[in-house]
Design a protein around this ligand. Structure first.
Ligand code: KIV
Length: 266
């Protein structure tokens, strides 16, 4: 088992090997995905809604994320761990972005930082990468800007949408990003961005033309009742948990658990 390192992603793009990424928010899940051979684990700010029950990613704080990122980093022997910076922790200035990135890197043990935006945050990305911190971009539908974008809307439509996306992606590459996530982008635009960049693109709802794919693990493995059109359910973990918990309840109520083999002799 060879540890995945930053240069491996460019090598994978060059040889046409798809990059795999899943979100993870805790130690046990990180260990399971690491053992499955997932290349990158994303401690996404999607934990705001998926784990902490918030209405969106917007209220999440940096210091709320750090213990989760630290747990994922502890569980990842092989996978490369990327941690999101939440809304409000990088937009103000390059200094703010560097300070937040350093705090996340030092306290979590993640190997890279991701935050959202293109040309408007290129100065922040340059400052972060100049500080020696690997950076992954995030373009297309950017959930932290959900209010400004008018909801969950597919991006990259029309000639202007395409040109904006390419200009944003090139700005991130120029600022030192090692990869860019493309979320909810029309297939043709995601392919055009992928061709325009030397660094890999990782799609979520961006078709099959990107260099890799990322999914929120609860969507991918069937936990919860939110099934985005672009995701596939690769397992029914939520149902397995409910069934297992129901068997436990029945066994305790029926006084068949614990049995003799679970009991310590005096
Ligand atoms: O926070 C997250 O889970 C993400 C993915 C949707 C890419 O940013």
């Amino acid at each position: 088992m060879k540890k995945v390192r930053i240069h491996h992603f460019a090598e994978m793009k060059a040889r046409g090997e798809k990059i795999t990424m899943l979100t993870a928010y805790d130690y046990a899940t990180a260990k399971a995905f690491d053992a499955a051979g997932v290349d990158m684990l994303l401690v996404g700010d999607s934990m705001g809604d998926n784990v902490l029950g918030m209405d969106s990613t917007v209220p999440l704080e940096l210091d709320e994320m750090i213990p989760f990122a630290r747990a994922v980093a502890r569980g990842a022997d092989r996978a490369f761990v990327v941690a999101d910076l939440p809304f409000g922790t990088y937009e103000v200035s390059a200094e703010q972005a560097v300070a937040s990135s350093i705090r996340m890197m030092k306290l979590s043990g993640a190997q890279a930082i991701k935050f959202e935006g293109g040309r408007r945050i290129a100065a922040q990305v340059k400052a972060v990468t100049d500080a020696g911190i690997p950076f992954c971009g995030h373009l297309g539908f950017t959930p932290q800007s959900e209010n400004a974008l008018g909801g969950h809307r597919v991006q990259g439509r029309g000639e202007q949408g395409l040109q904006d996306l390419i200009a944003d992606a090139l700005a991130l590459q120029e600022a030192g990003a090692f990869a860019v996530v493309l979320e909810m982008v029309v297939d043709g635009a995601a392919r055009a961005v992928t061709e325009a960049l030397d660094i890999p693109t990782i799609g979520i709802g961006a078709g099959s033309g990107t260099d890799g794919q990322v999914l929120v693990w609860l969507d991918a493995l069937g936990v919860g009742d939110w099934h985005p059109k672009f995701s596939r359910q690769f397992a029914a973990v939520g149902q397995a948990m409910t069934d297992g918990a129901a068997r436990y309840v029945a066994a305790v109520k029926g006084e068949e658990f614990p049995a003799a083999e679970h009991t310590f002799d005096s």
